[in-house]
Design a protein around this ligand. Structure first.
Ligand SMILES: Cc1cc2nc3c(=O)[nH]c(=O)nc-3n(C[C@H](O)[C@H](O)[C@H](O)COP(=O)(O)O)c2cc1C
Length: 302
């Protein structure tokens, strides 16, 4: 079906659906056709290899899951030598998600990855709730967000996507700081800091005590965040949080998203992104929408 194309800065995508970082890997190529996705977005990469947090690192909650993976990573060398060549065999553009411990490291890793022709775009994960300081991410501070994006902007012209934290008082302020710093697009949002206790053992259900909650339970919160960001920023938004169906993706687009990430749904059904795409097409046929871009931000508030 035509009419599904969207653009994020200069990044052209054949449709708005892409995986959410950390919920999708090379093994899924055996199950779904990667060429049908709008973009490919593997797990956040760090400069050095990292083991991640102590186990257990995942628990189920009502309508969602809490994870405290903590960016387990094979490091940049491996990513450049193995991961990037693997994804470059597909026609869908590769977006590399980056996590780092400092602004300098974000700039260093960004420069190296952006210099690879196979990498179409960067997503800066400034919002991981699972690193040091119990989730005090770069993206929770307006000035740090601005400085970080500004530094990375200086090392690349490729489309720069900044993944915002939902764990803030006013996401609009952080969105505007990222925009001032030179972002081309904003992902709204990462997981919400959460905690769950096993009442029988009285222990937290994830080893790091707190983790980030994702899945359908957070969708209304994320719709609200997308709406708030869309009201203050002209940048394209990539919605992330709780999408299980085509109608969920449409809801995000109506709230102001240009593209949509699918995360937790991949764990429940590894072909979820394909079903979501065909459900988006069904919706467009039902309402005679010829171009999906006509739906962006079209929530009727009055
Ligand atoms: C197990 C797991 C690992 C994740 N790892 C990352 C990561 O490495 N980088 C990142 O930016 N987001 C990561 N996320 C967050 C997702 O990309 C996504 O933003 C979030 O799960 C909300 O979307 P969902 O409700 O569709 O899952 C992770 C989420 C889960 C569940």
């Amino acid at each position: 079906m035509s009419g599904l194309e969207v653009t994020i800065g200069t990044l052209k995508m054949k449709n708005p659906i892409m995986p959410a970082s950390g919920t999708f890997g090379e093994e899924m190529a055996k199950i779904i056709d990667f060429n049908q996705l709008g973009a490919l977005l593997p797990k956040s990469i760090t400069k050095e290899a990292r083991k991640g947090n102590p186990t257990p690192r995942i628990c189920e909650t009502f309508g969602g899951m809490i994870n405290s993976i903590g960016i387990q990573s094979k490091g940049l060398d491996y990513y450049q030598k193995v991961t990037v060549p693997f994804y470059s065999q597909f026609t869908s553009p590769l977006i590399s998600s980056i996590s780092a411990d400092s602004i300098e490291e974000f700039a260093e890793v960004s420069e190296k990855l952006a210099s690879m022709k196979e990498v179409a775009s960067l997503e800066l994960n400034i919002s991981c709730p699972n690193l040091k300081n119990n989730g005090l991410a770069f993206g929770m501070n307006e000035n740090i967000t601005y400085q970080l994006v500004k530094e990375v902007r200086q090392v690349t012209d490729k489309p720069l996507i900044v993944k915002l934290s939902p764990n803030v008082t006013n996401i609009g302020v952080i969105a505007m700081a990222a925009e001032r710093g030179g972002a081309d697009a904003l992902t709204v949002a990462n997981t919400f800091i959460a905690m769950s206790i096993d009442v029988h053992t009285r222990k937290p259900k994830v080893g790091k005590v707190m983790g980030g909650i994702s899945g359908p339970a957070i969708k209304p919160l994320v719709i609200r965040l997308i709406h708030q960001v869309h009201q203050v920023s002209a940048l394209p938004i990539i919605g992330s949080g709780g999408v299980m169906t085509g109608e969920d993706a449409i809801e995000m687009i109506l709230a102001g998203a240009t593209a949509v990430q699918v995360g937790t749904a991949n764990f429940i059904n590894p072909t979820a992104m394909m079903t979501i795409l065909s459900e988006i097409e069904d919706y467009m046929r039902q309402y005679e929408i010829e171009d999906i871009k006509d739906l962006i931000g079209q929530v009727k508030l009055t």
